[in-house]
Design a binder for this molecule. Structure first.
Ligand SMILES: Cc1cc2nc3c(=O)[nH]c(=O)nc-3n(C[C@H](O)[C@H](O)[C@H](O)COP(=O)(O)OP(=O)(O)OC[C@H]3O[C@@H](n4cnc5c(N)ncnc54)[C@H](O)[C@@H]3O)c2cc1C
Length: 473
């Protein structure tokens, strides 16, 4: 279907964020033209949910993953009504909550975009944006399919770049036994049953890799390494309400940390686990984060982020079971160590690592090395030609924490002088330096609603201006 050459709103990236902004905007302003630029076949999946490995499950219960944040059970209901829950015998975690496959969540989001696409209230431009230029008060988007589309408003939602390969692995860069990005479909397909595997990174992507290898029949030894060797924690035995009050934060990172520890002790005294406190912190982060001074935000990102990440990004019970079993069988070891050197021999790869505890060195031989260190958000502006172009023109800049793109409290991108761009928005996790916690689906979903509401207001104002001018003639 042809897409108009001139539209009102262009959304760059049609993963969960871009699809959610389009969905809410189309419902708030049914008459306006919206195009989502996304090379993938379907909208709503993106890196996380356009994932067809059945070993990969959402890592929070289905009741917390809603496209419609004001209706928490929206996805859980869809699971029942669509039959997706009854089609998956492994869907229940041992806490009794539902953890469907990630692809199922993608299908759920896509199914809500489909009617909007069919009625042309939203257009899917199935191509990659190569450049965005400011021309005559509008944005011109050029794509790899050779099209040029003009939009009055643009929202940037191309969140996850590939991971950065650690410098020490430079000698392996052209070796096919190095898997540079574990999230590329089929990346693990060549790993044989008994292969020795080293995984760099010990977070959720490491867990996904172990689950995928296990599912494809791999039984060889796996060593997972990260500087601190911290593994993502599991869910509480029982799902309970968040506990703690953090909306008026102590002014310093150290005092905030003391307050969190104190609240965890208070929770324990009431028989509640630390999970409830971290859940409260996460839910309230968007309120307290902007109140912290920038140096304190930097201190938190520098010193506490690694601990925050492993407690806040929890592992699905089904995936946790695989990790626990592999550890018990002696085929998975998680180590706190850094890679010093890497080399390739004819029949193996060799890594020299420095152990964090004790400081000694070890040599590890492997058949494959898999990088799971996470998307390189700090380099986001150089990972995409269109972002590099906007940055070169002074229209966007990296945020002060190396987490994404600088924006204001209304999600308007800040230009190089720090001035907000009235018609250029940053949607989803790339805006998280401004909002604090903005990576998990519940917060990303709420942010998509806020961006859609902000754009809808802008559209309404523009329409009123046009009407006023017409009436004055
Ligand atoms: C592997 C993974 C699993 C996760 N699992 C969970 C979970 O279970 N629960 C939870 O709460 N959170 C989870 N998250 C966190 C969160 O839900 C995601 O980060 C969120 O979905 C981000 O989606 P997005 O649309 O902002 O970004 P992305 O998923 O990165 O989507 C961006 C889209 O932009 C497209 N794109 C890129 N460049 C261009 C371009 N130049 N032109 C046009 N399109 C372009 C890409 O094809 C992609 O589809 C997970 C994150 C990851 C990475």
């Amino acid at each position: 279907m042809t897409v108009p050459r001139s539209i009102e709103v262009a959304i760059v990236g049609g993963g969960f964020t871009g699809a959610a902004v389009a969905y809410h905007l189309a419902h708030l302003r049914p008459g306006i033209s919206i195009a989502v630029f996304e090379p993938r076949a379907v909208l709503g999946g993106g890196l996380a949910y356009d994932d067809h490995d059945p070993a990969h499950r959402i890592n929070v219960p289905a009741t917390r993953m809603s496209l419609v944040p004001q209706d928490e059970n929206h996805f859980a209901r869809w699971l029942e009504e669509s039959g997706a829950a009854s089609d998956d015998p492994g869907i229940s975690g041992r806490d009794g909550a539902l953890y469907p496959k990630r692809s199922v969540f993608g299908r759920y989001v896509a199914s809500h975009l489909d009617p909007l696409l069919a009625t042309r209230r939203v257009h899917h431009v199935r191509s990659r944006v190569l450049s965005i230029a400011a021309e005559g008060g509008r944005w011109t988007l050029a794509t790899d399919a050779g099209s040029r589309i003009s939009a009055r408003i643009a929202a940037l939602a191309t969140t996850h770049p590939p991971p950065d390969v650690p410098h020490a692995l430079a000698p392996l860069m052209s070796d096919p036994r190095l898997v540079r990005d574990a999230l590329v479909p089929g990346a693990l397909a060549d790993i044989a049953r008994d292969a020795r595997v080293v995984i760099l990174g010990t977070g959720l992507t490491m867990a996904d890799v172990v689950a995928s290898l296990d599912r494809q029949g791999h039984r060889g030894p796996i060593t997972a390494l990260s500087r601190r060797g911290l593994r993502s924690r599991g869910h509480a035995k029982l799902q309970v309400e968040p506990f703690g009050e953090f909306t008026a934060p102590p002014p310093r990172a150290s005092a905030l940390l003391r307050k969190v520890r104190r609240t965890i002790r208070e929770a324990a005294a009431r028989g509640l686990s630390w999970h409830t406190v971290l859940d409260a912190l996460r839910a309230q982060a968007q309120t307290f984060w902007p109140l912290l001074a920038r140096e304190e935000q930097s201190r938190i990102v520098r010193h506490l982020r690694v601990y925050w990440d492993v407690h806040r990004f929890r592992i699905a019970p089904q995936v946790e079971d695989v990790l626990d079993r592999r550890i018990a069988e002696g085929t998975l070891a998680i180590k706190a160590a850094s890679v010093l050197e890497a080399g390739a021999e004819h029949d193996h790869l060799k890594l020299v690592v420095r152990n964090r505890r004790g400081g000694g060195q070890d040599t590890i031989l492997a058949d494959h090395v898999v990088v799971t260190t996470g998307p390189a958000h700090a380099k986001i502006l150089s990972t995409q030609p269109y972002l590099a172009g906007l940055a070169a023109g002074g229209l966007v800049r990296a945020d002060h924490l190396g987490l994404g793109i600088a924006c204001d409290g209304e999600s308007r991108a800040l230009d190089v002088r720090g001035a907000p761009q009235e018609t250029l928005f940053v949607a989803g996790p790339l805006a998280r330096a401004r909002f604090g916690e903005l990576m998990g689906l519940p917060q990303v979903s709420a942010h998509a609603v806020a961006v859609a509401q902000r754009i809808a207001r802008d559209v309404e104002l523009a329409e009123t201006r046009v009407r006023d001018v017409a009436a004055a003639k």
